[in-house]
Design a protein around this ligand. Structure first.
Ligand code: DX5
Ligand code: ZN
Length: 211
């Protein structure tokens, strides 16, 4: 069954602790943390301090999606804050292979994210080292954007590239009960969703509606 990762970006930031406790009562598989630096993407969110402050309230694995210009110098911050997976953007890593090794050296799992305009070919020489691949189905920077159907083809290609390797194929952006079906059919193993999960009161039901 497809895994679901709520994106904290759409939660109520004035009440983060209770948002985490609310997620604990669902069957969420992972918590997706959108880190934006106002540079790699035109928006700013939060950093390791916030991750550290929510870590004691849940056992759900944390995936830190780093939408930042220079992730290499920040990897240790996110490891110390309690991330389980660090996902970096291929576009922000001139020595992607080295960055993946650095994440593993910190004892974490490593993911690589691809912007919509980035070809999956950048994965070819690093794929054997990866734990997760994140296909962006919106241009990163904001929640609530429209799912880009043109990326379905990329999801299928990446699925094929993964073959029988133990790598999670995650899809992020514009996921709702309609688009989740398309992403799953194309080969997604995990769906990241913010807006579709945090709208309304029943987040458990919203999560199951995506599977
Ligand atoms: C976009 C982020 C996404 C975002 C998804 O830059 O990477 O994780 O939170 O939000 P929705 O589900 O609202 O598209
Ligand atoms: Zn994200």
């Amino acid at each position: 069954m497809v895994r679901i990762a709520p994106s904290l970006l759409a939660a109520n930031f004035a009440d983060l602790k209770n948002e985490i406790l609310r997620i604990n009562k669902t069957r969420a598989d992972m918590l997706h943390l959108d880190i934006m630096d106002g540079n790699f993407v035109p928006n700013l969110t939060f950093g390791p301090v916030v991750i550290k402050s929510i870590r004691p309230y849940t056992n759900i694995p944390f995936d830190a999606h780093l939408m930042v210009q220079n992730p290499d110098k920040m990897l240790e911050w996110f490891a110390l804050a309690g991330a389980d997976i660090i996902t970096v953007h291929a576009e922000a890593c001139p020595q992607l292979d080295k960055t993946i090794d650095a994440i593993h050296t910190l004892g974490l799992k490593a993911g690589v994210a691809l912007n919509p305009s980035t070809s999956e070919s950048v994965l070819k020489y690093v794929i054997d080292k990866l734990d997760l691949i994140l296909v962006m189905t919106v241009n990163p920077g904001f929640g609530g954007q429209k799912f880009m159907e043109g990326q379905l083809e990329k999801i299928t290609r990446v699925k094929k590239l993964i073959g029988n390797r133990d790598i999670i194929l995650s899809v992020d952006g514009g996921i709702n009960p309609m688009t989740s079906a398309m992403a799953i059919a194309a080969g997604a193993d995990m769906l990241v969703a913010g807006t579709a999960i945090f709208s309304g009161d029943d987040i458990a039901n919203n999560i199951e509606a995506l599977r």
